[in-house]
Design a protein around this ligand. Structure first.
Ligand code: SAM
Ligand code: SF4
Length: 331
C-alpha cells in the first residue's frame, strides 16, 4: 500500500536507505575499526531478518527506491543471501545493492546473485598485497580479488565498483595503479575521502587526501574529462580522454553534497540515522518488538526524517565526530 512520500524539513525527498545487517567484521581497516575490534552487539540486539524486512517494506511504501545492504561486513551475517532474497521481493524497490570487503565473495557470489542482488561495491584500498595488509590489517588481497573474479562471472550484476578510501600519505601511491585498473578492467573505481568516522579517532583534516588532488595525479598521466553529474549522485565521474573507461571521486569532506542528500540509514540494532554524522538517532527496535502497528512505525520514521540535518559540520570549528564509528553505523 503506497504511503505519503518521505520528506525532510528542508524539502529533500528521501529515496535511499542503507541498512547495516551486522556490526561485526572480519577486517580491521585502520580508518574504521581498532585492531582489537569493538564490543559486538549480542545476537538478540540485532534486528532479525523479519524485522529488517518489515522496516524496509514500510520505507519502500514511503518512497524508498534504492536499498544498499552494508555493515560491518554483511557477508559475515549467517544466511545473509536469505535476507537478500526476502528484500529483493519487495514491490517498489528499484535497486538492491551491497557493499562488502569482498573477503567472502568467492564463497557467496553465486548465492547473492541468485537471491537478487543488483549491484555490488567492493572496498579495496590498495592493489599491492603488503599495502592492502597494512591498511586492512589482513593479508587478504588475493582472496578479495578472487571474490571480484567470482562476481565478474555474473554480467547481470552491473556495475561492480571498487571503492578506495583516500588517505594522505598512503593513497597518492595508489592513484595510478587504480587508474590503470579502471582502464583495463570492467570494474568502476571510486576514491572516497577519509571521513572522521574511524574508531581510533585519528582523523585530522590534514589526513584527507582530496578527490581533486587525486584527480590531478591521474590527469597528469591520463587526461580526464568530467561527465555531467546526475541529481543526488555522490560521485564526480571523469572519463579518460582517450576513451578507455572512467574513474570517480566521492568528496564528502572537500565538496559536501548535503543539499542533495536523499539518504537515511538503519543500524544493525535498529536505530534510524538521518546523517552519517548525526548526534541523535531514533530507535525502531523497541516499538517493533512492543507491537507497534505499521501506522505507528510510519509516524516515528516520518518524525525522525523530518528532522534530518541540513548538512554535516565536518569543516566547521568545534566539529565533534559521532560516538559510533563507520562499522557501527553502516557506511
Ligand atoms: N565492510 C564493508 C566494506 O568495507 O565494504 C561494508 C561496511 S564499510 C563501513 C562501508 C564503506 O565505508 C567501505 O567502503 C569503507 O571503506 C568505508 N569507510 C569506512 N570508514 C571510513 C572512513 N573513516 N572514511 C571514509 N570511508 C570509510
Ligand atoms: Fe570492516 Fe568495512 Fe570497516 Fe573495513 S571498512 S573494518 S571491512 S566494516
Amino acid at each position: 500500500m503506497p504511503r505519503e512520500p518521505l520528506h525532510d524539513a528542508h524539502g529533500r525527498r528521501i529515496a535511499d536507505l542503507r541498512v547495516s545487517v551486522t556490526d561485526r567484521c572480519n577486517f580491521r581497516c585502520q580508518y574504521c575499526m581498532p585492531a582489537e575490534g569493538l564490543p559486538w552487539l549480542a545476537r538478540d540486539e540485532i534486528l532479525s531478518f523479519e524485522e529488517i524486512e518489515r522496516v524496509v517494506g514500510l520505507m519502500v511504501e514511503m518512497g524508498v527506491e534504492d536499498l544498499r545492504l552494508t555493515g560491518g561486513e554483511p557477508l559475515v551475517r549467517r544466511q545473509f543471501p536469505r535476507l537478500v532474497a526476502m528484500l529483493a521481493g519487495l514491490d517498489g524497490l528499484r535497486d538492491l545493492s551491497l557493499t562488502t570487503n569482498g573477503y567472502l565473495l568467492e564463497r557467496d557470489a553465486d548465492a547473492l546473485v541468485a537471491a537478487g542482488v543488483g549491484r555490488v561495491n567492493v572496498s579495496i584500498d590498495s592493489l599491492q598485497r603488503d599495502r592492502f595488509f597494512q591498511m586492512t590489517r589482513r593479508d587478504s588481497l588475493p582472496q578479495v580479488l578472487r571474490g571480484l573474479e567470482a562476481l565478474s562471472h555474473h554480467p547481470k550484476v552491473h556495475p561492480v565498483k571498487v571503492n578506495a578510501v583516500a588517505i594522505r600519505g598512503f593513497t597518492e601511491e595508489e592513484a595510478l595503479p587504480f587508474a590503470e585498473f579502471a582502464r583495463t578492467s570492467a570494474f568502476q573505481v571510486r576514491f572516497i575521502e577519509f571521513m572522521p568516522l574511524d574508531a581510533d579517532q585519528a582523523w585530522t583534516p590534514d589526513a584527507v587526501l582530496t578527490g581533486e588532488e587525486l584527480r590531478q595525479i591521474i590527469h597528469a598521466v591520463h587526461p580526464l574529462e568530467e561527465r555531467p553529474r546526475e541529481p543526488s549522485a555522490t560521485a564526480r565521474i571523469f572519463r579518460f580522454a582517450d576513451g578507455e573507461g572512467e574513474i570517480g571521486f566521492i568528496n564528502p569532506v572537500s565538496e559536501p553534497f548535503c543539499s542533495d542528500c536523499n539518504r537515511i540509514r538503519l543500524t544493525a540494532e535498529g536505530k534510524l540515522r538521518t546523517c552519517l554524522f548525526s548526534m541523535h538517532e531514533t530507535d525502531l527496535r523497541e516499538p517493533l518488538r512492543a507491537g507497534a502497528t505499521d501506522d505507528d512505525l510510519e509516524q516515528i520514521v516520518r518524525d525522525a526524517v523530518w528532522r534530518k540535518e541540513l548538512k554535516h559540520r565536518v569543516n566547521e570549528p568545534g566539529f565533534r565526530p559521532p560516538a559510533r564509528s563507520m562499522s557501527a553505523i553502516g557506511g
